[in-house]
Design a protein around this ligand. Structure first.
Ligand code: SF4
Ligand code: MG
Length: 307
């Protein structure tokens, strides 16, 4: 099936601020769907609450706009119900690493094959720019009266420790790099995080501008290889995790890397474990005969309710 960018346009125009980095992420998502040759009818984009979470409205795939901090469990449910679907989460840093951080960590234990594209701008943009968990200490943003006195959370390190099997970083104004990483994440079997440093010119113009990212982010060196070559070799898996963690912990705010930090292909997924436990996904369960009549016997349930 051949699709073009116009096939992926929705009837709704985006209402993000001028120069918002979310527009670059939207374009990269569309490019990646085309390059990975996905059928849009088999793509589901799940979002939470925030500027970023409007994205499913602006792309012609299936979309679910869920609750604040709850996009990940919704996405896991969709994928487990029908493993044939490609499932994205598009949500913000406040949503995912703040209110939803419990779900973010727990997802690592399961390794469900979903793709998190987190729009990371250091603020809660939709609610007027309060500081989010990824804003670095001493940064001052427009919606907060004083410089930030909190330390910042590093989502990539957290993801590696939690058990994510694909961990990458990019930035919203580099559509080429984003597209390449999203295609790789789609092709990866397992839980993927791409933390996308995202321009918010309205509330965090100083530290998320295109000029800031051009000066203060650099691709990982050519010599860096985050991919595990022998997926069954746990010593190598751990060595690759430590390599990524060492690099991340040595990064400075004004010198961050972009690219693929860690990838463990063919690790056991939650779907694999369900199969081994003989739990078929709901899509494979027979619920009606050829005439459309229900084959599900509910009599025991009704009996228990009537007593
Ligand atoms: Fe984009 Fe920031 Fe405007 Fe939200 S507030 S639409 S993140 S520029
Ligand atoms: Mg944000």
């Amino acid at each position: 099936m051949t699709i073009s960018l116009s096939d992926l346009n929705s009837h709704e125009q985006n209402d993000w601020c001028p120069q918002c980095g979310d527009t670059g992420i939207l374009l990269a998502v569309k490019n990646a769907i085309i390059q990975a040759n996905l059928d849009p009818k088999k793509v589901v984009d799940v979002s939470g609450i925030g500027c970023s979470s409007k994205l499913p409205n602006f792309v012609n795939v299936n979309g679910i706009h869920t609750l604040h901090g709850r996009a990940i469990p919704f996405a896991e449910g969709v994928k487990i119900a029908n493993p044939e679907l490609t499932v994205f989460v598009n949500a913000g840093d406040g949503d995912t690493y703040g209110i939803g951080v419990g779900h973010f960590i727990s997802a690592g234990r399961r390794n469900v094959d979903i793709k998190l594209l987190i729009h990371d701008n250091g603020v809660y943009g939709l609610t007027k720019g309060q500081i989010s968990p990824t804003l670095q200490e001493n940064m001052k943003v427009k919606g907060w009266p004083e410089p930030n006195i909190n330390g910042a959370l590093d989502p990539l390190s957290l993801a590696i420790i939690a058990g994510y099997t694909f961990v990458a970083r990019t930035q919203s104004y580099n559509v080429k790099e984003q597209t390449e990483l999203i295609v790789k994440a789609i092709q990866h079997k397992g839980l993927a995080l791409i933390d996308i440093l995202q321009g918010c010119p309205t509330y965090n113009p100083e530290y998320t501008s295109s000029a800031w990212f051009s000066t203060h982010t650099h691709p990982l060196p050519n010599t860096y290889d985050g991919k595990v070559s022998d997926p069954s070799n746990l010593e190598e898996v751990n060595a690759k995790k430590l390599q990524a963690l060492n690099l991340l912990m040595s990064e400075k705010m004004e010198d961050k890397h972009t690219g693929l930090f860690f990838q463990w292909e063919n690790a056991d997924t939650f779907e694999d474990r369900m199969k081994r436990s003989k739990m078929p996904p709901p899509i494979d369960e027979e619920i009606s005969d050829s005439e459309g009549r229900s084959t599900v016997d509910l009599s025991e349930i009704f009996k228990s309710l009537s007593t």
